[in-house]
Design a protein around this ligand. Structure first.
Ligand SMILES: C[S@@+](CC[C@H](N)C(=O)[O-])C[C@H]1O[C@@H](n2cnc3c(N)ncnc32)[C@H](O)[C@@H]1O
Length: 299
């Protein structure tokens, strides 16, 4: 797989809610020294994957997410890069145009319906990147009909893409090393074997009812989903996989992973997050990184 410490670091080509960019150093510090295939089944913007590739640490990877629009975009970046760049150059002319956002980009995006996320629909991918960089906070949110409904973000002239980075992303996704799937995380991790590394970055359990945003897909991530995820974590642990998860420091999470926490198999990192229960809507809050292997020696 390409990528080593002498090339410029690769970074996510989308902004994604819950993006891990600010916690990367903490999470990388918790990674095991050696592992087989790398699994990231709540891919989002893929910040950790791109960091690990940049460090030359990934030999083979399986990347997946339930969001079809997102996965289509990854597959297009991998296989249809020149066609995508040409559409992005066209949309770049309209980044400051509120009317274009509401009257052309959003309706055109919503008109294209994907069946499985693996269609390689270049137009849908270009529109997702356009909306992601021009909408409010780069959010992805759909209504009950599956229509993207995030408002315009009022940015003056955002850049839709960095061509050198996008080309590096495309190389990092090469099918010889990376498999991209559109599926529930449980389906993806069925493929994990002893010695493989699974990084779970689920939609976070809210600290309070209103404090967090988990509506990434039509189905949000409930308390039940957090319980099922903890079972999947234990199942992978029992199969000899290395498992690491980031999540909020909510009482539910503390309860579900109490045994790992009591053995010291965790770190706490502080992250700046939008939190509606704080006056200005932003604050630094503690988040957990929980893992099932001994802390790497150099930590
Ligand atoms: C916190 S975000 C991941 C952020 C990502 N690590 C980053 O750096 O941008 C969670 C992701 O999980 C996906 N997701 C939600 N429920 C899922 C499920 N049941 N299976 C797989 N992916 C799911 C969402 O579509 C979203 O992209």
């Amino acid at each position: 797989m390409p990528g080593n410490s002498s090339s410029p670091p690769i970074y996510p080509f989308l902004k994604w809610a819950g993006g891990k960019s600010q916690l990367l150093d903490n999470i990388v510090g918790c990674m095991p020294e050696d592992f087989g295939t790398y699994f990231e089944p709540f891919l989002g913007g893929g910040a950790l994957f791109f960091r690990l590739v940049s460090m030359g640490k990934v030999r083979r990877a399986i990347l997946s997410d339930l969001n079809r629009d997102l996965i289509n975009c990854y597959v297009v970046v991998r296989d249809e890069l020149d066609a995508l760049i040409s559409r992005l150059e066209y949309y770049q002319k309209y980044v400051g145009a509120k009317d274009f956002f509401y009257e052309v980009a959003r309706p055109s995006f919503n008109k294209i319906r994907l069946k499985n996320g693996l269609e390689k629909n270049v137009e849908k991918a270009a529109l997702l990147i356009y909306l992601n960089k021009t909408c409010f906070n780069g959010l992805y949110r759909v209504n009950s009909k599956g229509e993207f409904n995030v408002p315009w973000g009022r940015y003056d002239s955002p850049s839709l893409f960095d061509e050198a980075n996008l080309r590096a992303v495309s190389r990092a996704l090469d099918q010889r090393w990376v498999e991209i799937m559109c599926c529930d995380y449980r389906e993806a991790v069925k493929l994990a074997r002893a010695g493989d590394l699974v990084y779970f970055d689920p939609p976070y359990q809210p600290l309070s009812r209103t404090s967090s945003f988990t509506q990434y897909t039509p189905d949000s991530f409930s308390e039940e989903d957090q319980r099922a995820l903890a079972e999947a974590f234990r199942d992978l642990d029992g199969r000899g996989c290395k498992v690491v998860m980031s999540n909020s420091s909510s009482p539910l999470v503390e309860g579900l992973y109490r045994d790992y926490i009591s053995r010291g198999q965790f770190r706490v990192a502080m992250a700046a997050r939008a939190i509606s229960c704080l006056g200005d809507g932003r604050g630094r809050i503690p988040e957990y990184i929980i893992f099932n292997y001994p802390m790497p020696r150099n930590q």
